[in-house]
Design a protein. Structure first.
Lengths: 264, 306
């Protein structure tokens, strides 16, 4: 499987790097504003109190005066996952469909290796890309905290990394499955974006009223709690395991279907 | 599954791949013997590439089965592909890679020594492996994919329109290479719509039309069957009965008051040429036989042609 992983890593090296850099760069820029917010924390808190609850929930604002609360509300809860989620979606949707669209599947599958191994190699490479993007964000948060004289714990950073990784892996998982099912990157990515958006809408609606709270549990966003993980240094194990479980199911389904389908 | 003899490199039994809309290949039955060059002839859209993609395990047969050295092309595709050097038709390659990186990647799935052999083949074909693939001309891309197909010294070569894009020198080198591979005991499945190319190197020929194998013939038999067109321009019309008694010669058309004749010539043209030597000839055009001339024969025989 090594050649498949090496080739897939080579293929995604620039895309992964740019998205990781984009996510980390945005995080760094946002973190630069934290000292100002900390100084004017009371005014900011009063200002935020005037916003509708639903709007704040949509952006993930809880406590803007702490470093993790500020970074969570401004970046980690929504914008970072959008930036890197696009990478997970597009790269996942490309795994099989790009080879079919580009006409390279004939060469790709002419080698004497089982199809599942060839696709698994690409999946592993994508997971490495995701880990790279998460690592870039974690390092940026740690460096930014040091610059801003804020404190974040190593366990907090690790817990945040685990939550972020599981979240991106599940997006990559269902994007890969869709790529295996359809021979078009556009269709696979479109459906995948649609599914993620649906989860987000359900998650938002679930936050609007107590009676709708259960809706949140049916979304991948229920397990995506980077701010909480950064603050507490712990992970809600069950939701994260659930995401990893869904990822595994999607990956196995993608491999199984790919092995049985026409490759052209 | 019927048993497969040890001398069969490829065996197809009622092999079918039918697409939605009804196109595809239907009940193909043929074998390719070990050590032979088997020409696979058919016009564009006849089903040559679909057959090859089914053999190489890219497409799942809708009925029947095919084997490569006794290995099922779908269920045992990985083991079967280990025995195949494959050159696809009009291949799309990884454009950002250099030729050398591409061959290195493909060689990583093959045995030791593959890369050395690839370099030798590239040198033989005068192919520079340093540029990126997107910078290569069509001919050089074809050379690269040929090197990729031949580099691991596979016992069976499956070549789909492999000489397309090669210049005359490249085509000559390609055919010489095939003859050399046969002399080394390799089997070649050569798909082409170029009759002259197939006639030169193949031992047997399978002819596919509209997804069905219409004939499998020895190459000598094919030469006997196919007609070549001859155009004769004369100063004045020939006498009546000039062409009578010439076996295998048929007058297809007469124009310009009999000064321009179109003949269909089957078999050896020696007798015809001797007789024409005494005729008031201005010009004679006798091009190589094309695929159409072969198909005309089979269309007529199965009664489906017009």
């Amino acid at each position: 499987m090594k050649p498949a992983i090496r080739k897939a890593l080579w293929d995604i090296r620039w895309t992964a790097s740019w998205f990781a850099l984009g996510g980390a760069g945005y995080t760094f820029l946002i973190a630069l504003f934290y000292p100002t917010v900390r100084q004017e924390s009371q005014q900011f808190a009063q200002l935020l109190a005037t916003y509708p609850k639903g709007f704040l929930a949509a952006l993930g604002y809880t406590n803007i005066t702490s470093f993790s609360g500020f970074l969570g509300g401004e970046d980690l809860n929504l914008f970072w996952p959008i930036i890197v989620g696009v990478f997970a979606t597009l790269s996942g949707a490309s795994l099989v469909a790009k080879e079919v669209e580009d006409g390279t599947s004939e060469i790709w599958l002419s080698v004497p290796a089982p199809r599942r191994r060839l696709l698994l190699g690409k999946m592993v490479a994508l997971a490495v890309g995701i880990l790279g993007a998460v690592a870039a964000c974690v390092v940026t948060v740690a460096v930014s905290a040091a610059i801003d004289s804020a404190s974040v714990s190593a366990s907090g950073l690790l817990a945040m990394a685990a939550v972020m990784t599981a979240f991106l892996l599940v997006i990559a998982g269902y994007s890969s499955l869709l790529s295996s099912l359809f021979s078009s990157r556009g269709i696979a990515a479109g459906i995948s974006f649609g599914v993620t958006l649906l989860f987000y809408v359900l998650w938002l609606v679930g936050g609007l009223a107590d009676s709708w709270k259960t809706l949140k549990d049916f979304t991948i966003f229920a397990a995506y709690t980077p701010q909480k993980a950064l603050e507490s240094g712990t992970v809600d194990v069950l939701p994260v395991l659930l995401l990893l479980g869904i990822t595994a199911v999607c990956a196995v389904a993608a491999l199984t279907f790919f092995e049985r389908r026409d490759a052209i | 599954m019927p048993s497969v003899g040890p001398t069969e490199a490829i065996s197809a039994r009622a092999l079918a791949k039918v697409y939605r809309g009804g196109r595809g290949i239907f009940e193909l039955d043929f074998t390719v013997r070990e050590g032979e060059i088997f020409g696979f002839l058919g016009p564009n859209g006849a089903g040559k590439t679909t057959t090859i993609r089914t053999l190489i395990g890219l497409l799942r047969p809708t009925a029947g089965a095919a084997t490569i050295f006794g290995l099922d092309c779908w269920r045992e595709a990985t083991a079967a592909k280990a025995k195949v050097g494959f050159v696809p038709s009009d291949p799309r390659l990884y454009e950002k890679m250099t030729g050398a990186a591409f061959l290195e990647f493909m060689a990583s799935y093959r045995g030791p020594g593959t890369l050395d052999r690839a370099r030798k083949l590239a040198a033989e074909l005068d192919l520079d492996l340093r540029p990126r693939i997107r910078q290569l001309s069509r001919g050089n891309r074809q050379k690269l994919i040929l090197v990729q197909g031949l580099m691991h010294d596979a016992p069976l070569l499956i070549l789909d329109e492999a000489s397309g894009g090669l210049d005359p020198l490249g085509q000559e080198a390609f055919l010489t290479m095939l003859e050399r591979e046969r002399s080394r005991g390799r089997t070649v499945f050569l798909s082409s719509h170029n009759l002259a190319e197939v006639e030169r190197v193949a031992d047997r020929v399978g002819i596919i039309r509209e997804g069905r194998m219409v004939a499998v013939e020895e190459i000598a038999k094919l030469r006997e069957l196919r007609s070549r067109k001859m155009e004769v321009t004369l100063e004045r019309p020939l006498e009546n009965g000039f062409l009578d008694g010439l076996e295998g010669v048929r007058l297809v058309a007469s124009r310009d008051g009999g000064r321009q004749l179109e003949l269909a010539v089957r078999g050896n043209p020696r007798t015809l040429l001797s007789r024409l030597a005494g005729a008031p000839i201005v010009d004679v055009v006798f091009p190589p036989a094309d695929l159409e001339s072969v198909f005309l024969h089979f269309y007529r025989d199965d009664g489906s042609g017009s």
